[in-house]
Design a protein around this ligand. Structure first.
Ligand SMILES: [Ca+2]
Ligand SMILES: [Ca+2]
Length: 374
């Protein structure tokens, strides 16, 4: 709930900056446009990690040779358990079994060194099941209908929304933003049911990832589903899908054969979104090719919460089932979102990472669950 120094006020076009002491966040001059800020602050300044609630705010081409068929889709044990508890038709995602293995986590060639992407280290993960796709609005709606759960964004009364998604009328009423990322606006009434605030709806987006869910909300859903959030190591193992020293879940080329493999940003952030991949905002889950583990949207579409506390200092020795620091202030999120572009937020890579406080929520942040084999 801290972070007062990185907030400032926006009065229409009159921006009054306040010094921000976090290196990852760029200083924002009051005379510059959001587009200028994006270019000048560089690839480490997406502002994703600035979305923290504060008392002052109202608001498959390359397969690893050592892994033979590591994914077992539609396991009877994983996908039919507890059907009685959740009704005849289990609303929860199908899962993929990932078998225990060593893999190389992180990278020695970090795209954003301050994020703690390195060093590359050998990590062992035990077998686990992981959901094929991000939790959708339809699934989260079912959870809420069953439990009457109220998300933190609903209780706080607001959430962060990317300004491009807002109407001019709504934008004109909002007086505050984040210094290093003025494209984020706290919108009263924005929550998972109303992703762009009052008047917006998920009725035509039931198969899109649920947004505006905090880490605590994600925990609540996974617990209800008798699952849990993945550790960062599990998430990255799932992202890499048996590939080693590759940037993306499918290899090193962003556009294999000229095709889009993830819902990212094309154009000039944050002013021009050409949506060459077909989507300005989120896309229905499973709209892009799965990785070789059969997992969709591991990078892009919505950021995904992991269970771990945030820390940027890692050591190179081998690790078994790492779970991150014992304590912290922020939780790790992985994979980037539909807002990511190499020019300012090169985080749509398996090794990339970012963080938010557990009560934060935004219009590009979701999750998926995992479970241990029974
Ligand atoms: Ca897109
Ligand atoms: Ca994702």
């Amino acid at each position: 709930m801290l972070f007062v120094s990185c907030l400032f006020f926006v009065y229409f076009q009159l921006w009054v900056p306040v010094y921000c002491d976090t290196e990852q966040l760029g200083f924002f001059s009051g005379s510059k446009s959001p587009g200028q800020v994006a270019k000048e602050t560089g690839s480490s300044s997406c502002g994703c990690d600035a979305l923290k609630r504060d008392a002052g705010v109202d608001v498959g081409e390359e397969l690893s040779p050592h892994l033979e068929d590591p994914a077992e889709k539609y396991s009877k044990a994983a996908n039919e358990e507890n059907v009685e508890h959740h009704g005849e038709q289990d609303i929860r995602s199908k899962m993929v079994l990932l078998k225990s293995s060593w893999f190389f986590m992180g990278t020695d060639n970090p795209g954003i060194p301050p994020d703690g992407e390195g060093p590359q280290r050998r990590v062992w993960v035990d077998s686990f099941y992981i959901e094929q796709h991000e939790v959708t609005n339809r699934q989260f709606q079912h959870f809420v209908n069953q439990t009457l759960y109220v998300t933190e964004a609903e209780r706080f009364g607001d959430s962060f929304v990317f300004e491009e998604l807002l109407t001019e009328e709504l934008k004109s009423k909002i007086l505050q933003a984040v210094a290093a990322a003025p494209w984020w606006l706290p919108v009263k009434g924005a929550n998972w049911r109303h992703p762009e605030g009052p008047g917006s709806t998920i009725s035509d987006r039931l198969d899109h990832p649920v947004l505006h869910v905090s880490w605590n909300d994600a925990q609540a859903y996974c617990k209800w589903a008798q699952r849990r959030l993945p550790t960062e190591a599990e998430w990255e193992y799932a992202c890499r899908a048996g590939l080693q020293d590759r940037l993306y879940p499918w290899g090193n080329k962003l556009l294999p054969k000229g095709q889009h493999y993830a819902n990212l940003w094309q154009g000039d952030f944050p002013t021009t979104n050409t949506a060459d991949d077909g989507y300005i905002g989120t896309s229905p889950v499973m709209s892009f090719p799965a990785n070789s583990f059969g997992l969709y949207d591991m990078v892009g579409n919505a950021w995904e919460w992991t269970a771990d506390w945030w820390n940027v200092h890692h050591t190179p020795e081998d690790k078994h089932n790492p779970t991150g620091p014992a304590t912290g202030t922020d939780r790790v999120k992985k994979g980037g979102s539909y807002m990511c572009h190499k020019s300012y937020c090169y985080r749509y890579r398996c090794a990339a990472r970012s963080q938010n406080t557990p009560d934060s929520s935004a219009s590009n942040l979701g999750f998926r669950c995992v479970v241990n084999p029974s």
